[in-house]
Design a protein around this ligand. Structure first.
Ligand SMILES: [Zn+2]
Ligand SMILES: [Zn+2]
Length: 190
């Protein structure tokens, strides 16, 4: 059995956290790591106990949702709340941090930022990270680690198989493809 790398493990954790986002504009997850240990995690959402964007829509001013606390800041605030030092820590985020989060990350003493997807990478954020000596590296989440868009994929393959079925291709070949598809997309333990 091949072991999952630390990078993929922490990045997968951030993607899981992103699934908890309550702001529909962008689902983001962040995981803070020290000495290969997860010390905090956060996702895009409103203040605890407050209205959620998914329930009442976003509160948009100047094209930004002002209700939302960004995933990176939420993770940092969790450290503040529980008194966990962030000096020398690393952060894994699903998206390149915005300018505000970039500043918070630098100021909290985080030394490495791993991000999965480019997202409006602000030139000033890149400059600030450089100036502060914060290493920024893209770590894309490999597909096998965690299933993303599983329902959509299943539907897509189902549609492809149906098209093949209706075509005048060799029926035996189509049947084999169908069998493989069913095996690959069968829910676990069935
Ligand atoms: Zn929102
Ligand atoms: Zn941000």
């Amino acid at each position: 059995m091949e072991r999952i790398s630390w990078d993929q493990y922490f990045m997968a954790q951030s993607h899981l956290l992103a699934m908890r986002s309550t702001c529909t504009r962008l689902t983001v997850g962040a995981t803070i790591v020290r000495d290969k240990r997860i010390i905090a995690g956060g996702y895009n959402g409103s203040i605890t106990g407050s209205t959620h964007c998914i329930d009442e829509g976003c509160y948009v001013i100047d094209n930004h949702c002002v209700r939302t606390i960004h995933a990176e800041v939420n993770a940092l605030l969790q450290c503040a709340k529980f008194g966990v030092p962030t000096t020398g820590a690393e952060i894994y985020v699903t998206h390149f941090p915005c300018l505000q989060c970039c500043k918070a990350i630098i100021q909290s003493g985080i030394k490495v930022v791993y991000y999965a997807k480019d997202y409006k990478n602000h030139p000033y954020a890149i400059e600030l990270f450089n100036q502060a000596g914060v290493k920024v590296e893209q770590v894309e989440l490999k597909e096998m680690v965690i299933e993303i868009h599983s329902k959509e994929k299943q539907q897509y393959v189902g549609e492809l198989l149906q098209l093949l079925h209706d075509s005048d291709l060799d029926k035996k070949q189509v049947a084999e493809l169908e069998a493989t598809g069913k095996k690959l997309f069968a829910p676990p333990n069935l």
